[in-house]
Each structure stands twice: as C-alpha cells, then as structure tokens.
Design a protein around this ligand. Sequence first.
Ligand code: 13P
Length: 260
Amino acid sequence: MAEPRRKPLVSGNWKMHMTHLEAINLIQKLSYSLEAADPSYVDLSVHPPFTALRSVQTVLDADDMPMSLGAQNVHWEDKGAFTGEISPTMLAKLNVSYVIVGHSERRQLFGETDEMVAKKVAAVFAARMTPIMCVGETLDEREAGATEERVVGQLRAGTAALNPEQMAALVVAYEPIWAIGTGRNATPDDAQAVCNALRAAVLADHGEAAGARLRIQYGGSVKAANAAELLAQPDIDGALVGGASLDPGELAQIVHLARN
Ligand code: 13P
C-alpha cells in the first residue's frame, strides 16, 4: 500500500520575542517573501507570544495571508483560578490552529511534566486545535545511548489517551535539547533515525493509518542552510524553527525548501 502523502508543516516558534507591533511587521514581510504556490505544498504556522496573537490574527484574516496562527503554550483547564494562564477556548476563539505543547524550555525551565503535557495535548484536541507535541533528549541522554528510549517514552506518556484519529492528526516535534539555540543540529541521518523510531512506536501502538499520517517535525538550529537535507529525510515532515523564524526571508526560504 502506498503511503499517504504527508503535507510538510513549517512552524516558526518566536519564543519570547516580538512586541505586537514587531509581530505585525514580521508577518507582513513573511507574506511578501512567500511564493504563490507555497501554500499548496506546505503548511506554515507562526507562533507569536500571547500578547501578539490578537494583532497577528487580525492581520492574517484581513489580508488573507497563507499561514496559520499558532500558540506556544496553553493550560489544560477551560477556565478557573489559574493566575497567569491561558485556556484552550481563549486560543480557539482567536482562530489559533496549532499549539506547541511540552517544549523542552517549558519542561526544563518551568517544570512541565509528562502528565501536564498529556493533559494539554488532550485539551488542545478537545478545543478543535492541533497540538505540536515536543520531545527531545539531553546531551547526557544521547551520549548514554538513551535517545530513543527517552523520546519514545515522552511520546507514549503524552499520547496514551488519544484515539487513532487524534493520533493521526497530531504533530510531533523532535527537538534534541542540545541542538536548540546552539547552532548545532542533529545530522540528517541521526534525526531521521529518531523520527523513524517515533513513527514505529505510533504504528505499533495506534495502527498503520495513524503511523502513516502522523507528521513529525525536526527542530533545533534549523536554518535555510541546513533545512533541505533534514527535510529530505523520509520520516521528517517539516521543521519547528526558533531563531531563524525571526527573519522572514530565512523562514520563507525554509518553506520553499520544504516544497521540494
Ligand atoms: P532554534 O531553531 O533557535 O534552535 O530553536 C529550536 C526550537 O526550540 C523551536 O521550538
């Protein structure tokens, strides 16, 4: 049976950068830099900080820009006494399509556990958005030969409660922690091996259709200069781009490369 074609997803994670005014400027430049045919072949999402979501949404809608709105985090409850948190419904009302969940910076700096990640993934689906669930190993884990065990463990912990339809719709981002913001990326072969192991786990746990449809992004120092080789790997279906996504020309270039 031929594998269904998976449309690549390139996502720009702006992290804690861009005021709402800078954000508008960035998406306008990004929109000019895209080619007309890009959206037919590649999905693109931008993930501004919460404070810029409304402004970016208004401009995307008004100018019918060919990219989806994304968020960087969410709480799993729908409302309540959770000072400083944002609910899935609040994001869905802003036409947010994709929500990054369990980024390694959230796990390492803000104490997010696998249990919290699982609740967030389920809550994002319940609000009819798509989670981009991040997994990744530390340098110590990689050097100890524990990479696959670590990332497959995170994947299983975050998705155990999902049904096959949700599993097929999920986006997983493999982001080796030692490659984030360091200028050091996994080799295409190493990244492919890990993404293949992630897909094999989904095939085994959730069936062939879910495994074949699941999109897996690579993230960690992706830029125009290294994106082509990474995106050419059979189990890599896009990129989660941090630093380089703050440069609209660079992000557009990565989208062009994902087309091929
Ligand atoms: P960099 O592309 O800056 O390494 O960041 C990767 C990342 O964490 C994206 O979520």
